[in-house]
Design a protein around this ligand. Structure first.
Ligand code: CTP
Ligand code: MG
Length: 250
């Protein structure tokens, strides 16, 4: 697709906001999660490259750990990105939601589609990124990539005291459940409105748009878009990178 046909379809640019300000408590002690290395390259750089791999993405806004913006800027300066991709670095906040808000605040005029992508999902394939953008261009105000669940899910009543068994309240029908990933894609104005009006704890951006009563749709996610959360996920991520390298003909 040419640059011209892209801009005529969407009317403007597509930007990716990458929240990377978390500490990574569940990963254990060490550097902030986004700065931890995967095969020698910081996780954040993998995530930025994954967004920049889409020809539609012309701006990447990285939301850095509050005291690490200069370090992140230096990292981006030393790791090559495609020439078509600009980047900005802003400091993050105490919650993911706040960090995303700071990223949105930094978007210049002319951006009308926004992807929000966890730095902790460094290996999402470009086809998934493009599928999300395409669905937003086709008119959905919010798009989430998602996969069916392997495990059955139980809803429980929190235990009365730590260590006590938790009573099961319900078992949602697994076939109708989806585990959602990022990048989530949005009409910019809709996402900004969601961040201005929805309060309370949320774990993804699409749920804020749901609370506005706007339509949110799911497209197929990818198993390589998993979130690096616990130590075993680092092992898996490095195995995925090793498999890619082998398939690239080494
Ligand atoms: N994030 C952020 N600002 C915060 C908290 C989280 O930008 N205050 C980002 C993380 O950097 C990550 C993404 O949101 O890329 C998803 O969050 P999660 O996987 O929970 O990362 P952490 O919060 O860093 O990990 P943990 O919850 O284990 O501390
Ligand atoms: Mg977290």
């Amino acid at each position: 697709m040419s640059d011209d046909s892209r801009s005529s379809l969407s009317g403007g640019r597509t930007a990716a906001v990458i929240p990377a300000a978390g500490r990574g408590v569940r990963l254990g002690p060490g550097a902030p999660k986004a700065l931890r290395a995967l095969n020698g390259t910081p996780m954040l750089i993998h995530a930025v490259r994954a967004m920049a791999a889409s020809r539609a993405v012309s701006l990447v806004v990285v939301v850095a750990p509050p005291d690490g913006a200069a370090e992140v800027k230096a990292l981006l300066d030393t790791h090559a990105l495609p020439e078509r991709t600009d980047f900005l670095v802003v400091p993050g906040g105490d919650s993911r939601q706040e960090s995303v808000k700071y990223g949105l605040d930094a978007l210049p005029p002319g951006v009308d589609i926004v992807l929000v992508h966890d730095a902790a999902r460094p290996l999402v394939p470009v086809d998934t990124v493009d599928a999300v953008i395409e669905a937003v261009r086709d008119g959905a105000p919010a798009v989430v990539p998602a996969l069916p669940l392997a495990d059955t899910v139980k809803q429980v009543e929190p235990a009365s005291e730590p260590g006590m068994p938790e009573p099961v309240v319900a078992t949602p029908e697994r076939a109708r459940l989806r585990a959602v990933q990022t990048p989530q894609g949005f009409d910019r104005a809709t996402l900004v409105r969601a961040h201005e009006t929805v309060t309370g704890n949320v774990t993804d951006d699409a749920s804020m748009v749901e609370q506005l009563g706007e339509r949110v749709v799911v497209v197929p996610g990818h198993e390589e878009a998993f979130k690096v959360t616990r130590p075993l996920d680092l092992v898996l991520a490095e195995a995925v990178l090793a498999r890619r390298r082998a398939n690239d003909g080494f």
